[in-house]
Design a binder for this molecule. Structure first.
Ligand code: PLP
Length: 367
């Protein structure tokens, strides 16, 4: 497609970094060289100056407002993406005498579990391997041991294409990696001590994690870690312990403002339901030509995974889709198949175009 400024734009189904709204990109472009009459770009300024401080404050306020964060939580911006949080969570929360349970729901949960092991006692509270990671556990299937400080969940598995249809109801605080469905559905904050996610899917560019932490737990966290890795210091320093990733925070703020303008969390949730239903319907109504391998009750609304009858057809599908400006539909290299990531910024037109392409492809390649 060619947009009104003669740019070539495609529908980008990448799992992350991923598509952003055109209006956000254009506004960023227009402000880039001379930020608000300052004679310099935002990325050339001191992070302690008035311009960036305003950007930072607004991004924080928007993050709390859009996500409906209650007053007993604070939002932190931490570099290192979601991966650094895999380590920061146990570094801060695990002590001798406590432990943490992990729901092993797929690749990302395995990563979080593995990165926690050096820092204390962790155990698998549910292992989805028996079902080939095609579903999330019911609350009653999660086994919590005594002295468990937190249960870690991955609310949406980006590679496997599953999500928790209902939040786990357990007797210990939850900590969640929400990277690939961040701010696309309301969250019962009262069940959580901490929520984190990388922003490069639903909320902006890569490299930044947004962390929501319950304020009352901060004083009890470990302090024997490098300063950057301590939530208490990130909190005391207002996420400005070191030079923050100014451009990522600026774009996060723009993205959140766009979301608010679109109607906020409820609108994002409704759109996600509508867009994912279009795709799942196309799969379900294809006489098994397309096949979604995950449990229907746990289907992700962000990462729609599907297979074709043969691998060669999948390769052909990706090739022809690319030629039709429908990009990045190849599944993760660890599982193969196809995957359409339809985050908050993916317009419904993109999903409609993909559904149309799927119908035509099937007709052309029925055997
Ligand atoms: C669910 C989930 N968790 C964690 C990560 C890692 O995020 P980052 O690359 O920001 O460290 C990803 C990245 O795709 C992810 O999908």
């Amino acid at each position: 497609m060619i947009d009104s400024d003669d740019n070539h734009r495609v529908f980008n189904f990448s799992a992350g970094p991923s598509t952003l709204p055109l209006s956000v990109l254009k506004e960023t472009r227009d402000e880039f060289v001379d930020y608000k009459g300052s004679g310099m770009s935002l990325i050339e300024m001191s992070h302690r100056g008035a311009h960036f401080m305003a950007v930072h404050e607004e991004a924080k306020a928007l993050a709390k407002r859009v996500f409906r964060c209650p007053d007993d939580f604070e939002v932190l911006f931490v570099q290192g993406g979601a991966t650094l949080q895999f380590a920061m969570v146990p570094i801060n929360f695990l002590k001798s005498g406590n432990r943490a349970g992990y729901v092993i729901s797929g690749s990302w949960a395995k990563g979080a579990f593995s990165d926690a092991k050096p820092y204390g006692e962790v155990y698998s509270a549910f292992d989805g391997a028996n079902d080939n990671f095609t579903r999330m556990p019911l609350s009653e299937e999660i086994q919590i041991k005594p002295d468990t400080r937190y249960l870690h969940i991955t609310s949406n598995e980006t590679i496997g294409g599953i999500r928790f249809p209902k939040w786990p109801d357990v007797d210990v605080p939850l900590i969640a990696d929400m990277s690939s469905e961040y701010m696309s559905r309301p969250v019962p904050f009262e069940r959580f001590d901490l929520i984190y996610g990388g922003v490069q899917k639903n909320l902006g560019p890569a490299g930044l994690a947004v962390v929501f932490i319950r304020k009352s737990v901060i004083a009890g966290l470990n302090t024997d870690a490098a300063r950057y890795l301590r939530y208490d210091i990130q909190y005391d320093k207002d996420s400005m312990f070191n030079t923050p990733p100014v451009f990522a925070i600026y774009l996060l703020g723009k993205m959140l403002k766009w979301m608010e303008g679109e109607g906020g969390l409820d609108a994002m949730e409704q759109a996600a339901e509508e867009k994912s239903s279009l795709l799942y319907d196309a799969i379900d109504q294809s006489d098994n030509y397309y096949n979604c391998p995950v449990d229907v009750s746990c289907r992700s609304r962000m990462n729609i995974v599907f297979r074709l009858p043969r691998e060669e057809l999948e390769t052909e599908f990706v090739k022809q889709a690319t030629a039709s400006d429908l990009l990045n539909l190849k599944g993760h290299r660890s599982v193969g198949g196809l995957r359409a990531s339809i985050y908050n910024a993916m317009p419904i037109e993109g999903v409609r175009a993909l559904v149309e392409f799927m119908k035509n492809f099937r007709e052309r390649h029925l055997e």
